[in-house]
Design a protein around this ligand. Structure first.
Ligand code: MEV
Length: 431
């Protein structure tokens, strides 16, 4: 089987799992050992798990799928996603096909700057203390960078210090010192926590206060990623609605999430379906990314949407996303987990920023897919597919035939156990 280097793989979903794995293996130039890891054989071992957390007793597996059709900054990318929820990978692949018709995604990202926080209490005057810290800024930065390490060697490290005096809190005046630290290709939690702990005694000395908390902030709003894309209206026409009507309905759905926190929570959850799946596939900390995303969504005082959707002058649908994304490609679980390494290899990731930009593209596509379904046929049609799959499996379909049995039942609008059994019999007679 030869694979062209395009992520546009029509009918990928109809193939057998083994065939899909072979296509991805060829695409990613995977060794036999790597192919086994993809299939969960020789993936994360119990021994590796034992080194990752305390009290380990085993490993827990989840499905690994591949999102097709992504074109990001003119590059074809196959995207590994780890998720237990059906329909997510299919929906995002379908959405990516439509964005592809509009030229694919365009992305950008900030330098990988993380924020470390120090909490200073028992100060006579928080403003005076803030001034003293700022006067020592250059020395503090130099002192932190003297710790060294691979991040500093590769051009990262402490870059700046900011102060946030809070004269009146319920526990008295509080000075919050922010250390801005460039973590390069690492997520950087360890580096930044080491840095703030290291510098805490100096902050005590400078301010005369009491330093208590020393920890990174998960609101990583200096480390954001952005993606935007267009879908030609003509691509969106359905049997019941014109392309223009679908564009408007999607825009209206987007505005609903902008103005209403109840809708925004669900809307952003749909974005995170895609974001988290790639974050997990690459061994990154999805709780950190979740925390950052939702805090950022509430930055203006009202929880709102992470995306914006509008109709452009040509009548086409345009969307954009911006969110904090603290992800790494070195260190942590990414380094230890063999399948996470594979995920990076399949995507040909060279930097943490590149990964962040892919992740937000997936988030934007996932958001569009949900809104289109909701604004047109409703979400239940997809759920019928899930229902059909469960019926096919319960009717005794071998795993490699499930997709075919499901499709036929849906085409015939006849989703019942006896029909599933009849289709399975027909397939058996054919082979
Ligand atoms: C379900 O996992 C996600 C959706 O609820 C997202 C949304 O409503 O936009 C479909």
């Amino acid at each position: 089987m030869t694979v062209e280097h395009t992520s546009r793989l029509p009918g990928f979903y109809k193939r057998l799992l083994a065939e899909r794995a072979a296509i991805v293996a060829q695409w990613g130039d995977l060794s036999p050992a790597e192919q086994s890891a993809l299939l969960g054989i020789g993936g994360l071992s119990a021994a590796q798990a034992d080194h990752m957390i305390e009290n380990a007793v085993g490993v827990y597996a989840l499905p690994l799928g591949i999102a097709t059709n992504f074109l990001i900054n003119d590059q074809d990318i196959l995207i590994p996603m780890v998720i237990e929820e059906p329909s997510v990978v299919a929906a995002v692949s379908n959405a990516a096909r439509l964005f592809r018709a509009g030229g694919g995604f365009t992305t950008s990202s900030d330098e990988p700057i993380m924020i470390g926080q120090l909490q200073v209490l028992d100060l006579d005057d928080v403003y005076v203390a803030a001034g003293k810290v700022m006067a020592e800024k250059a020395n503090l930065l130099a002192e932190i960078n003297r710790i060294g390490g691979s991040i500093v060697k590769s051009g990262g490290g402490a870059k700046d210090i900011e102060v946030r005096p809070m004269p009146k809190t319920s526990v008295g005046g509080m000075l919050i010192v922010h250390l801005l630290y460039d973590t390069r290709d690492a997520m950087g939690a360890n580096a930044i926590n080491t840095a703030v702990e290291h510098i805490a005694p100096r902050i005590t000395e400078i301010t005369g206060g009491r330093v208590v908390l020393r920890i990174l902030s998960n609101l990583t709003d200096r480390r954001k990623a952005r993606a935007s894309g267009m879908i030609p209206a003509a691509e969106l026409a359905t049997e019941a609605m014109s392309g223009d009507e679908v564009v408007r309905a999607v825009v209206e759905a987007g505005v609903f999430a902008e103005v209403d926190p109840y809708r925004a929570a669900t809307h952003n959850k749909g974005i995170m379906n895609g974001v988290d799946a790639v974050i997990i596939a690459t061994g990154n900390d999805w709780r950190a990314v979740e925390a950052g995303a939702h805090a950022y969504a509430a930055r203006n005082g009202q929880y709102s949407s992470l995306t914006r959707w509008w109709q452009d002058a040509d009548g086409n649908l345009r969307g954009e996303i911006e969110m904090p994304l603290a992800v790494g490609i070195v260190g942590g679980a990414t380094r230890v987990h063999p399948t996470a390494q594979l995920a990076l290899k399949i995507m040909r990731i060279q930097s943490a920023r590149q990964l962040a930009e892919i992740v937000v593209s997936v988030g934007l596509a996932q958001n569009f897919a949900a809104m289109r379904a909701l604004a047109t046929e409703g979400i239940q049609r997809g759920h019928m597919e899930m229902h059909a799959r469960q019926i096919a499996v319960a009717a005794g379909s071998p795993p490699e035939w499930v997709a075919r049995v499901v499709q036929q039942m849906i085409d015939e609008k006849n989703i019942r156990p006896e029909r599933a059994r009849a289709i399975i019999n027909e397939l058996q007679n054919h082979t």
